[in-house]
Design a protein around this ligand. Structure first.
Ligand SMILES: Nc1ncnc2c1ncn2[C@@H]1O[C@H](COP(=O)(O)OP(=O)(O)OP(=O)(O)O)[C@@H](O)[C@H]1O
Length: 302
């Protein structure tokens, strides 16, 4: 568990992060979401002490990060940097082996773990001898993720890990990312300015503005129970799509009668409608779900 207690950081007298508190629970993906300059990266880098907080405390599993050497702390935390952050003059193999070399792993162990990760991340071993500039943006980001995962640390900090990707590649990587067993046991803090990414990947979201956390909640809470107009307005442009995605079949049960289906009760309305729309025979079911969804929305307090 990662806990931030009233943490602040100033640059040149101006607050970049202003008394923020949050908690990332074990095995949770917590997203820090907000527009450029709101303090997300500074917050993330204070957790591995790439930036030292001015005040407040950050605790990992109850231990204050200040009570450990910064180098030791970083060894236990995987870090995916913005724009992949690969060392340009190192090959892919050398980039991935950065932490194992610091940990003095023997070559065989590094090699077999590297190959295991390449397979999991859908990367061909052919790229090992290449330099980062010889890879596509998507490959670079995957290598950045492999480098962060290699030592299997229980914590992963990710700064706009998919930022450089087009929307189609991003959607593919998102679904791969969600299904990676490797990540399921980790506590992950992911920084993004992309609302859809936050909803796609986050178990909970901290919405930030001007160095402060405005609201923390599940995607559903952010959409249906915004704390104030800032939160409401922030999601306004994507609101309907997000509502389709955060609403799941079992939410509709009170307003849905006579609906026999093979869909799991945790399937979201967006996926159900997409699925049903592929076959004309499903028109009646499609209309039932649409009506139930509209009835359900009316009952929410937005
Ligand atoms: N090293 C620094 N020196 C001075 N000001 C800084 C420094 N790092 C960040 N800032 C300022 O602190 C504020 C927060 O920056 P930060 O990078 O944390 O925001 P962000 O939300 O991650 O933005 P982005 O999405 O653009 O990376 C900004 O106003 C930024 O200009």
């Amino acid at each position: 568990m990662i806990k931030a207690e009233s943490v602040s950081k100033h640059f040149g007298g101006k607050p970049a992060v202003d008394h923020i508190s949050f908690q990332a629970n074990d095995k949770e993906i917590l997203v820090l979401l907000g527009t450029s300059g709101c303090g997300k990266t500074t917050t993330l880098k204070m957790i591995n002490r790439l930036i030292e907080a001015d005040s407040g405390n950050i605790l990992i599993d109850g231990k204050n990060i200040r009570d450990q050497k910064a180098e030791d702390l970083r060894m236990g935390i995987g870090f995916v940097m913005q724009n992949s952050g690969l060392f340009p003059h190192y090959t892919v193999k050398e980039n991935i082996a950065t932490v194992p070399n610091l940990l003095k792993w023997d070559k065989k162990k590094t090699e077999s773990r590297t190959n295991e990760l390449l397979a999991k991340l859908n990367l061909s071993p052919d790229i090992l001898s290449r330099f980062p500039h010889e890879l596509s943006g998507g490959q670079q980001q995957r290598v950045g993720i492999a480098r962060a995962l290699i030592a299997d640390s229980p914590i992963l900090l990710m700064d706009e890990p998919f930022g450089a990707l087009d929307n189609i590649t991003k959607a593919d990587i998102h679904s791969e990312f969600k299904s990676l067993e490797e990540l399921k046991n980790k506590t992950i803090i992911l920084v993004t300015h992309d609302v859809q990414e936050a909803f796609e990947l986050g178990h909970r979201i901290c919405l930030m503005d001007k160095g402060k956390i405005i609201q923390t909640g599940t995607p559903k809470e952010m959409i249906y129970y915004p704390k104030n107009d800032f939160v409401k307005d922030f999601f306004a442009a994507n609101r309907l799509l997000l509502e389709y995605k955060v609403t799941v079949l079992k939410d509709l049960f009170p307003v849905l009668s006579d609906f026999n289906t093979d869909f799991s009760e945790d399937s979201n309305v967006w996926n159900i409608l997409q699925n049903l729309s592929s076959d004309r025979q499903n028109t009646a079911a499609y209309e039932k779900i649409t009506k139930a969804f509209n009835d359900y929305r009316k009952l929410q307090t937005v």
